[in-house]
Design a protein around this ligand. Structure first.
Ligand SMILES: *Cc1c(COP(=O)(O)O)cnc(C)c1O
Length: 223
């Protein structure tokens, strides 16, 4: 097996273990492999191993890879901060947008033709620069998404804050998602859990993991 296939197998086994520990079915958990900074050839290798859910966090890089790998059946997940002026372009290739975090972006994603799946991103830190809506702003933003044609709300996305235990942060997301479900009953999904904290995320109900380096290996330095 290649190193990539090895690491993928290790992560899949850990996901299955955590699901068992949580009393959940692993089939209810989608692992998105985040390939930012890696070349399109690595994404093609992943596709050959059966991984079709791929995450990217920068529009230009994602757009180029999506064009190069068209026809492989890859489902592109956009997980990074998104400028409103790039929203339409991201819609064109993304299957799911995980980082909807403000009214202006929702308006820019509006479409009367096609629907795109999305998550509302929560900011679990006090730093507005991290991306995500604060818990105070959550319900108004969710209501705006629900009222906007062309957006299909799957649920909530979050990144655990640096320097504190992840599990309580993910528990907070799970509790906030109950508030979301009160107004959007179909928005039951939770996009949370990365290389170092996906077990905690699974124990708190994550349905979509965004895992990079544990599968891809270390990222090349940004150019
Ligand atoms: C890079 C990234 C990930 C994956 O991070 P790893 O620590 O490499 O698993 C997940 N989510 C987002 C939003 C990212 O930017």
């Amino acid at each position: 097996m290649s190193d990539l296939a090895d690491r993928l197998a290790v992560v899949r086994a850990s996901v299955a273990d955590a699901a068992t520990e949580a009393g959940r079915e692993a089939s209810g958990i989608t692992t998105i492999v985040v390939t930012k900074f890696h070349p399109a050839s690595l994404v093609a290798e992943l596709a050959a191993l059966g991984v079709l859910d791929i995450g990217e966090n920068r529009h230009q890089e994602a757009q180029a890879k999506a064009a190069e790998l068209e026809g492989l059946g890859i489902r592109w997940h956009f997980v990074g901060q998104l400028q409103s002026k790039k929203a339409k372009q991201v819609r064109a290739y993304a299957k799911v947008i995980h980082s909807v975090d403000r009214v202006a972006l929702v308006d820019a994603l509006r479409s009367d033709e096609a629907s795109v799946d999305c998550f509302v991103q929560l900011n679990l830190t006090d730093d507005p620069g991290r991306g995500g809506v604060s818990s105070e702003g959550l319900e108004p933003l969710v209501e705006h998404v629900l009222a906007t044609p062309g957006l299909n709300l799957l649920g909530l996305m979050a990144v655990a804050p640096l320097g504190e235990p992840a599990r309580p942060a993910f528990a907070r997301v799970r509790r906030l998602s109950e508030r979301v479900r009160a107004i959007a009953p179909a928005a039951t999904s939770l996009s949370m859990g990365m290389s170092h904290d996906f077990r905690d995320a699974i124990l708190e109900g994550a349905t979509h993991l965004r895992i990079g380096s544990a599968i891809t290996g270390n990222r090349p330095v940004a150019g």
